[in-house]
Design a binder for this molecule. Structure first.
Ligand code: 13P
Ligand code: SF4
Length: 314
C-alpha cells in the first residue's frame, strides 16, 4: 500500500517558517488578499517604514515592491530583509534613475535646490535628497522645507502638483508618474460617478489632476481606511490600485466599495505588486532569499533623509 505524502498547507507552513526564522510579515495595501490576510501588519508606505524600523524580529519579509523593502533595509540594517519577488519594481522608481538626477543637480548647481523625493524611488535617489516624503505626510513635510531655497520634487509630477495645491509652495517637478494611476481618466471616473450619483469618491494623489478634481477626498492608502469607515454614505468609489479594496472591505464591511475603473478595465492592477504570490512568499521564507541590501556608504547617505522624514512627520 503506497502512502502519499500529505499535501502541504502553504498558509500553515508560512506561519511555521515565520516562527522558526523569527520573521515579521509586512504587506502593502496593494498586495493580494491572501497575502494581506497572512501578514502581521498591512499598511501604506509610511506605516510600513515605521513598522520596519521598530521591529525586533530577525527577518523582515516585505510583501510590497523593491523600493519599500530597500527602505526597510535602510532604516533597520541589522535585519535580514527579503522580498518574495526581486523583480517587483515600480514605474515611478524607474522614471528617475539616480545618475540622471545627479547630472541634473550638477547642471543646476547654481539653483541650490532643496531636493524632496517621494519614497517611491531607489536608494541611489534617496541618497541625493534632503528629505523623503510619502503620500501620507508629503503636505506636512513640504510645509517644513526651508523658505529661502527652491524645491525640486522627484519623481512623481502628479503627487507634486497636488502638494503644490495643498501647500501653496511652488516646486520644480520631475516628469515621472505611476503607470497604474495615470490609467484613470476624467472620462472613466465621470462615467462611474454618473452610475452612482450619491457616491463619494476617494482618490490617491498619484492620479492626474483631472481625476483628482472629481474626488471628494485625496489621500494615501492608509487614510482611505478611516475615510471609508467614517463616510456618511454607503457607496464609495475608490480610485487607486485594486488590492486596496480587500483591505477596505475588511475594515468597512458595511460600505459598498466600488473600484475606480479605467477606460479599458473595471479596476486597475499594479503588475509589480501582484508579482508576489503565496508560493513565492513561502519560498523566500524557506531560503531567506532574495535578500534586499545595498552598499553601506550608500545606505548611510539614504538613511539621513529618511530619518528626517520620520522625525518631521511625527
Ligand atoms: P501609499 O503610501 O499611499 O500606500 O502609496 C504607495 C504607492 O505605491 C501608491 O501607488
Ligand atoms: Fe509604483 Fe504605481 Fe505600482 Fe505604486 S501602483 S508600486 S507607484 S507602479
Amino acid at each position: 500500500m503506497s502512502t502519499a505524502a500529505p499535501a502541504l498547507d502553504i498558509t500553515e507552513d508560512i506561519l511555521r517558517l515565520k516562527k522558526e526564522k523569527n520573521a515579521v510579515i509586512l504587506a502593502h495595501n496593494y498586495q493580494s488578499g491572501d497575502i494581506q490576510d497572512l501578514a502581521d501588519y498591512v499598511g501604506d508606505s509610511l506605516g510600513l517604514a515605521y513598522k520596519a524600523k521598530e521591529t525586533d524580529a530577525d527577518v523582515i519579509v516585505f510583501c510590497g515592491v523593491h523600493f519599500m523593502a530597500e527602505t526597510a533595509h535602510i532604516v533597520n540594517p541589522t535585519k535580514t530583509v527579503i522580498l518574495p519577488d526581486a523583480d517587483a519594481g515600480c514605474s515611478l522608481e524607474q522614471s528617475c534613475p539616480a545618475d540622471q538626477l545627479e547630472a541634473f543637480l550638477k547642471e543646476n548647481a547654481d539653483k541650490n535646490y532643496y531636493v524632496i523625493a517621494y519614497i517611491n524611488c531607489s536608494g541611489g535617489v534617496k541618497a541625493l535628497c534632503d528629505v523623503i516624503v510619502t503620500s501620507g505626510n508629503a503636505v506636512k513635510i513640504v510645509e517644513q522645507a526651508p523658505a529661502d531655497r527652491p524645491i525640486l520634487f522627484v519623481p512623481d509630477e502628479n503627487l507634486g502638483a497636488w502638494v503644490m495645491e495643498q501647500t501653496g509652495r511652488k516646486m520644480d517637478l520631475w516628469k515621472g508618474n505611476c503607470y497604474v494611476h495615470v490609467e484613470f481618466t476624467q472620462n472613466s471616473i465621470q462615467k462611474i460617478k454618473d452610475e452612482y450619483p450619491d457616491a463619494l469618491v476617494v482618490a490617491h494623489p498619484e492620479c492626474p489632476t483631472a481625476v483628482r478634481l472629481l474626488a471628494d477626498e485625496v489621500c494615501s492608502t492608509e487614510k482611505m481606511v478611516a475615510y471609508c469607515k467614517n463616510a456618511p454614505v454607503d457607496n464609495i468609489i475608490v480610485v487607486t490600485e485594486s488590492g486596496m479594496l480587500h483591505r477596505l472591505q475588511k475594515e468597512a464591511p458595511d460600505k459598498n466599495l466600488i473600484p475606480g475603473p479605467t477606460d479599458k478595465c473595471a479596476c486597475a492592477d499594479c503588475r509589480y505588486m501582484k508579482m508576489n504570490t503565496l508560493a513565492k512568499l513561502h519560498a523566500c521564507l524557506e531560503n531567506l532569499s532574495p535578500q534586499v541590501t545595498m552598499p553601506e556608504d550608500l545606505r548611510k547617505r539614504a538613511e539621513a533623509p529618511l530619518l528626517l522624514m520620520l522625525e518631521q512627520s511625527k
